[in-house]
Ligand binder design. Sequence first.
Ligand code: C2E
Ligand code: MG
Ligand code: MG
Length: 442
Amino acid sequence: TLRQQALTDDLTGLPNRRQFRQQLAAALDAAEEHSRPFAVLLLDLDHFKDVNDSFGHATGDDLLVMAGARIRGLLKPSDLLARMGGDEFACLLSDLSDRAEAEALARRLLEALQGAYRLQQQDVYSGASIGLALFPDDSDDLDALLRYADIAMYQAKLAGRGSYACYSPELDRRAHEAMQLHARLKEALDLGHLRLHYQPQVDVVDGTVLGAEALLRWQDPVLGEISPARFIPVAEATGLILPLSEWVLETACRQIAEWTRQGRPLRVAVNFSALQFRQGDLPQRIARVLERTGAQAHWLEIEITESVAMAQPEKAQEHIAEFARMGCRVVLDDFGTGYSSLAYLKTLKVSKLKIDRSFMRGIPEQPEDVTISDAIIGLAHSLGMTLVAEGVETPEQLGFLREARCEAFQGWLFAKALDPEALTQIRAQGRWVPPPAATDLH
Ligand code: C2E
Ligand code: MG
Ligand code: MG
């Protein structure tokens, strides 16, 4: 009937947003002072747009139907599941004993949605982000509960997709801050207020500059200098990372071409984000930027974090092999902080590992850090890879690296990230002699 149609979603046959609101209103009306708590759970599929773009809308539709069925399968009969529109679902979890019960369900849902979907003879991966708001703890108002669950979901995305978050006033404040940061960052990008600086990577033995890592710098007129460690996660969560990364790659390649024209070419490492790495046509995009800017592929080094590479092993393998064919080198960043499968590492066409800065901090005092760094260096060499150590601040750390036969380092001991002119100057100065280690002074 028409009445049913107005309350159900055509594609999945599930209740729609309108019916969800009606039933939530009814539940709130019926609730009494000592009613059991209930939860509003909002769920958003991760990377749904990618699936639509790469496999077509029919496949996207199938994914929505299958995801709906997986969710329904984990709910109690008395729970309500609705499709709110797009790739967003909502559950009304009634009759809970406590918050922990809702959280446990959220974890089971995330797990169930992460597995591969067999669609049109292909395995498609999606996953989800979940936000939770509880009656009566968080609010007894319909719109507030929905808004709070939405804020929590946004926070879950911010924390890295594939996770859940519960609403809290603190989280509200953080979400607000992130939205403000997003707006200002977008403006900075549009107005050309972002800068790319270059941190030298230096030969451990003779102090020559072997390359440089491109690092974003953003000076906001109101908020001051903001670290990429703060704004990159926000850009990842909102999708702004894609146009932002496009700008970074374009700028770095223009700089490569410029240094080549000056007769002093330099290898530049560019950081690639998780979202960027998911783009099926990333190699073609890079090829176009190289062509447009006149930069040669072998001066461009593609830096991805260990966790990005391990999160999507097949895609990573494909992309990395393609980059190698194009002539770009690939480096695994923040190595040692993720969970690499060593068997898998062997199959990746990666030419270099970057030892995470957290290991340098404890060198030479912490025996664990010494042991781990030694082991990483040995591992890389046995796989035919070279290494760069990050975050080298003291002559002692450099001494350790020299002894351990790590090829290169990057860190404040030599220089912070510099603007292109400053880097050109440093390279013109010739040989660098490290300051003596404290122990040498005695
Ligand atoms: P990362 O790629 O691991 O970059 C190294 C970070 O270590 C940089 O921080 C660098 O300034 C810092 N660092 C270098 N030497 C030292 C040192 O001796 N001591 C200490 N304490 N720190 C040192 P930064 O510039 O704040 O960047 C943070 C992260 O933001 C980067 O970590 C990278 O993951 C991300 N990022 C920066 N620029 C970009 C970009 O253009 N695209 C993407 N996707 N991510 C970027
Ligand atoms: Mg990096
Ligand atoms: Mg790093």
